[in-house]
Structure formats: C-alpha cells, structure tokens
Design a protein around this ligand. Structure first.
Ligand code: KG4
Ligand code: ZN
Length: 337
C-alpha cells in the first residue's frame, strides 16, 4: 500500500471555485468551476463571487471525489487558500474546509495563494520541475512578483509592483479598447494577428526590481483618446496591432527585470507562474531563453490560472513538515507573504 498522502485542495480566493485531490505530487482530480456572472460587469463583483462559490463548492467536491476514484474518508488532510483574495470568497472556501476537517477528523492546512502559484511547478505532470534555488516571475490579476525560491517553504520577494499588477494592466488596457473581462486572454489571441511596434506606449522605468504599470495605463488611455478624436473607428481598424503593442510593452518590462535578476544572481533555473503565465507570447519568449543557457520552466496551462491543484501541492509540503492550520484562523484578504 502506498504511503503517499491524499490531500484535498480548496481554492476560492477570487472568481474560480476549484477543488483538487493530490496523491504525493500526482494530481488525481482538478475541478475548476469558472463563474460566468461577472463578464457583463467588466470585472469581478465580490458579492456575486461569494454567492457563486456557495453554489459551486459542494458539487465541485463531489465531482473531484468521483474523478479521483477515492472516498472522502480516505483523505489525509485538507488544504485551503487562507489568502490573499476577496474576503467573502475566501470565507466560503475556508468554512467548507473547516467543516470537512471537523467531520472527517483530519488536519487542516492553510495555504498562501501566491506561494501556491509557484509550487504548481512541483506537480509531477508538468514538462519540467525547477531545481532549487530558482527564480520565479509570478504574474497574476492581483500580483506581479520576482521571487527567489530557495525551497518549498523558503521564498524571498526581490521585486514587486508598486501599483497595478501585470494581469490588471492587460485587463484595463483591454477594457479601454472595449473588450470584455477578463481581457488578458483576448489580447493574447488578437495579438497573434497583429504587428508590434506600430503603436507607441510608455511603460516607464523603475529602479531595481520593482514594477509600475500606472504610467502605462495612462499612456494607453491618452493614445486611444487622441486617435479616436481623429478617427472614431480607430480601435476597430487597428485592434490586432494595438493588442500586439500592448502585450509587447507589458512583456518587455517583465523581461527586462527578469534578465537583470538572472544576470545578477547567476541563477539559471527560471519559472513563471500565475494567470498571466498562460500568455502564449510570454511562454514563447521564456522558452527562447533556453538558447541563452536558461533552464526555463513553464507550468501546464491548467496550473497557470487559479486552480486547486496548486493549493493541494502546497498543502503537501506543509503536511510533510507537519505544519497544520488552526480552526480559529480567519481568512486574510491581505495575507503576508
Ligand atoms: O492567477 P489568476 O488566475 O487570478 C489571480 O490570482 O489574479 O490571474 C488572472 C489574470 C487576469 O488578469 C487575466 O487577464 C490574466 O491572468 N490572464 C492572461 C492570460 N490568461 C489569463 N493575461 C494575458 N494572457 C493570457 N493568456
Ligand atoms: Zn491566482
């Protein structure tokens, strides 16, 4: 009989309800229920998100059990996202986790959502697994971080955004172009048909490893406003080229800092994580760095955007270290790293 623990992961920090079951490093089920209710509002509506989590969480758990072929009594621990995220959404996942932990009499494990994005790399059906220490560029809807990952439990943030996150920059630029939320994947798709460098956007410069995207946002806004004054159909006529330039501007600044960190630390294992790591151009540009001697690691597509597989993976490392959570622990919208 295998001694590998069976861990349930629960993710409900934003607008995806996800439950996964992991055995050691192997994912047995990863159920993600996307919430469609937000599209017409141009962004995630927190109250609608928590209500949808309430509706989705029990069916998603049942599907996860069915797909994995295990009974809930076989689970060894329950890992859940304690933060950061939307308070109402986190409450649904944490309450469910706590109730199940009491009823099954098994330990609870608290997981930091951003650390879990990074640990998604340790799931065994990825193409490659990074060696420690490695550098991770974590780019999501709420965070942009450059991290030196020394071990699964020892990570140091060396740079981060001082205002908007990279995903937010994608989404807000898309919104200014009249594209629906979330705009990131749409910009990715349209940019494939466009030419870069046809539209100038200012991404600004920051010293060190920090990022700032507020200047970029203003630059897109003013540029579009000026062009629309001259031609009301400007966006429609230039959609693909605009997307290519927007994407190139955001990726350009991310790579500039990433290259600097690789050079200064000498660490050649480089990974990407978070929702924006699903971006096809980001993946291609990182893979191309192999020619410069980087050991690049690109997570499987389904482990990039929010998912519970990564929460279960992070839970595994805490379980191994016997680091358990408390029933009294409240969710943390702004959880310290
Ligand atoms: O990690 P994630 O799923 O949720 C957060 O924790 O924030 O990241 C969501 C972000 C959104 O801003 C979304 O537009 C962006 O990831 N995103 C993308 C792509 N897929 C998702 N951005 C650019 N290209 C993509 N293909
Ligand atoms: Zn995320």
């Amino acid at each position: 009989m295998s001694t590998k623990p069976l861990i349930l992961g629960i993710e409900s920090s934003c607008d995806d309800t996800s439950l996964a079951i992991i055995k050691g490093h192997q994912i047995l089920a990863n159920v993600v229920s996307n919430q469609k209710v937000h599209a017409e509002f141009g962004g995630v509506v927190p109250e609608l998100a928590s209500r949808a989590h309430q509706q989705n969480i029990v069916p998603a758990f049942e599907v996860a059990l069915k797909r994995s072929g295990i009974k809930k009594e076989e689970l060894n621990a329950i890992a859940y996202t304690r933060g950061p995220g939307l308070m109402g959404s986190l409450l649904v996942g944490s309450s469910f986790a706590k109730g199940l932990s009491i009823s099954l009499g098994i330990p609870l494990i608290e997981v930091h959502h951003m650390k879990a994005h990074i640990l998604a790399h340790m799931i065994d059906d990825n193409e490659s697994t990074p060696n420690f220490p490695f550098i991770c560029l974590t780019v999501s809807g709420g965070h942009t971080q450059l991290i030196v990952v020394k071990s699964p439990t020892d990570m140091e943030i060396v740079g981060e955004t001082i205002d908007d996150a990279a995903g937010e920059a994608f989404d807000k630029a898309a919104k200014m172009m009249g594209l629906p939320y979330p705009g990131g994947p749409l910009i990715d798709k349209l940019a494939k048909e466009g030419k870069i460098g046809t539209h100038p956007f200012n991404v600004g410069t920051m010293d060190g490893y920090n990022f700032s995207f507020s200047g970029f946002k203003t630059s897109v806004l003013y540029y579009l406003r000026d062009q629309i004054e001259k031609d009301p159909n400007f966006i429609e006529k230039n959609k693909e080229d605009l997307c290519a330039s927007i994407q190139d501007s955001i990726l350009g600044v991310l790579f500039k800092k990433l290259e600097k960190l690789v050079e200064e630390t000498g660490i050649k294992d480089v990974a990407i994580a978070g929702g924006v790591s699903a971006n096809s151009e980001l993946r291609a540009r990182l893979a191309a760095k192999r020619e410069e001697g980087w050991n690049t690691h690109i997570p499987k597509f389904e482990y990039c955007t929010d998912n519970a597989a990564m929460i279960a993976m992070a839970g595994f490392f805490s379980y191994e270290a016997e680091k358990y959570g408390e029933l009294a622990a409240a969710p943390q919208a702004r959880m310290p790293f």
